[in-house]
Design a protein around this ligand. Sequence first.
Ligand SMILES: *[C@@H]1O[C@H](CO)[C@@H](O)[C@H](O)[C@H]1NC(C)=O
Ligand SMILES: *[C@@H]1O[C@H](CO)[C@@H](O)[C@H](O)[C@H]1NC(C)=O
Ligand SMILES: [Cu+2]
Length: 666
Amino acid sequence: MFPLIFSALLLSLFSTSCSLISTSPHPLDSLTPDEITAIRRVILASPLGSSSGPLSFHYVGLDEPDKPQLLSFLSNPTAAPRPPRRAFVVARAGKETREIYVDITNSKIISDSTYGGIGYPIFTLAEQAAAVSLPMSYTPFIESVAKRGVDLSQVICSTFSVGWFGERKKGKRVLKVPCFVAGEAANFYARPLEGITIVVDMDEMQIVQYRDRVQLPVPKAEGTDYRRRTKSGSVGQPEGTGFEINGNIIRWANWEFHLSYDVRAGAIISLASVYDGEKCACRRVLYRGFVSELFVPYMDPVDEWYYRTFFDEGEFGFGLWASPLVPEADCPAGAAFLDGYYAGQDGKPIKIENVFCVFQRYAGDVAWRHTEFGLPEGVIREVRPEVSLVVRMVAALGNYDYVMDWEFKASGSIKFGVALTGLLEVKGSSYTHADQITGDPHGSLLAENTIAVYHDHFITYYLDLDIDGTDNSFVKSKLKTVRLASSDSPRKSYWTVVKETAETEADAQVDVGKEPIELLIVNPSKKTKMGNDVGYRLISGAGTAGSLMTDDDYPQRRASFTKKQVWVTAYNKSEKWAAGLYVDQSRGDDGLAVWTQRNRLIKNTDIVLWYTVGFHHIPCQEDFPLMPLLTGGFELRPFNFFESNPIIKSPPSGLLPSWFNCTYSS
Ligand SMILES: *[C@@H]1O[C@H](CO)[C@@H](O)[C@H](O)[C@H]1NC(C)=O
Ligand SMILES: *[C@@H]1O[C@H](CO)[C@@H](O)[C@H](O)[C@H]1NC(C)=O
Ligand SMILES: [Cu+2]
């Protein structure tokens, strides 16, 4: 397309020195392998390390600095005190959940307490690996496998969380272990050993419940494979990257932000600021943003399926299951890759190579254009190509893969892309043709003996927007139809805008499909020259489904935020996880819906926007054996933020002409 222009631009872009906030390490940087090792050492040296029984690490992450402290440091990094590096650790010891805060800088434990409430932490990979091996030597299971005429060596098991279904007593930390037949086909998800329920106690690491309820045919392997045994083709992109990565700070065109990895959240974007060429200043947009939860409930009430209501982030870890990205396939040529580190069950650092990629996208789209015929000097034709920057991560949670994009545009927009692909979770069935189906199949017949069960995907984002400063308001611009009396105008009606600023958290819960409405986050103390509040607009894209389960259904009580796409809360550093901190077997007594019952004031204060991308999924034959990408998402778009179109002066290449110095100041 225009590679030469890009290379030339690059030279001019990066010849300028950059801002001060790239002081290394940045206070928001992910935990380094050395830090993870140090955290483990400190904990093992504490009384916890010498207590009898194994100690397992379920979450080790950065305990980010308090916001006022971080902002004050960033506004004056040479003089202000550097925030200490701290970690938050959730461990299991002696069948108890421990919450440990570690001061990494001074190698000491700040606090260590037992969590005695409802719910359990994220499952480690090592304990799940141990659980899936148990059935292989369990006699009743071996008999069930033989009864189905299946060779045990071809059986593969998985781990499913059990949920909560109204039990009063706190449940043991257990997982269900469904099994499948792999054989020569890689797609074992398509071949379930239906009718068997195995429950494993994760603390005892043994099978505590076994049931072989009903025998159903195992779907055949034919037609389920998706592998191609030749080398993947490469995805090309003209030369030139156009961005700069300095530690975890990424700069591109008029954007600057910090990218970090968390084992629970996956990618975290912090301190995103956009340069305003008119004000000659960098302006704050997003303080911190990440995926807070991913809820996937299936819609079959039978014994082997009713509990399949996964909270893939809080139960399994969105970052833990991040997949190493394949250069020139997952990301185009010219992409840069970053690694991520998490603590394994033993607390030692484990690397996920290429956990993120960053690339400039120029895909043949138009950023703006106009053709004018009506002028005496002839036709004017001005077109600017769209060039944007993408940060990508893929989480491959069992059967499903989620391709998550954060796309920054020179126009000031941030687009949040969610794309689903991968393998369906299917149920073995006696049906071989749709004509045989009697009653509700709870899914679609996609192949012989194969029903892909109806389900949803809800991806909930945490977005601490700080538009031009910390104190913001949430505004609903409602479009109202006004009827005219016949004497007023030849028209009978028009629409106009009625703006409402949300006072409290209850005012800010929005079902986006319900009425014509535009949603804004504004800074009421910052105005444009024209006197409009500066702001950003939230624009829903594909995927606005809300949950259809009844409010009193147990999975719904645990994920009650999935009925409304939009929530706004007052900022509180500890309120990060929409379904609560401990999600496995949770009961809905922590999380977004509970916090907002306080109904705090959210006007002209530090607020957090929560947005859920939702899909109802009625599987179809094209989703089998492997589903092509289904995309959705949303956009945050400047709305009276700039004085005018910020890319009107962009050159024919589409990129802004000069570099800038961006400092995140409060
Ligand atoms: C912050 O949120 C937590 C959890 O909801 C709550 O316990 C705490 O009191 C809140 N802090 C403030 C200052 O409101
Ligand atoms: C960026 O900041 C550096 C150091 O403060 C300064 O020397 C340089 O001229 C600045 N560049 C621009 C484009 O403002
Ligand atoms: Cu789906």
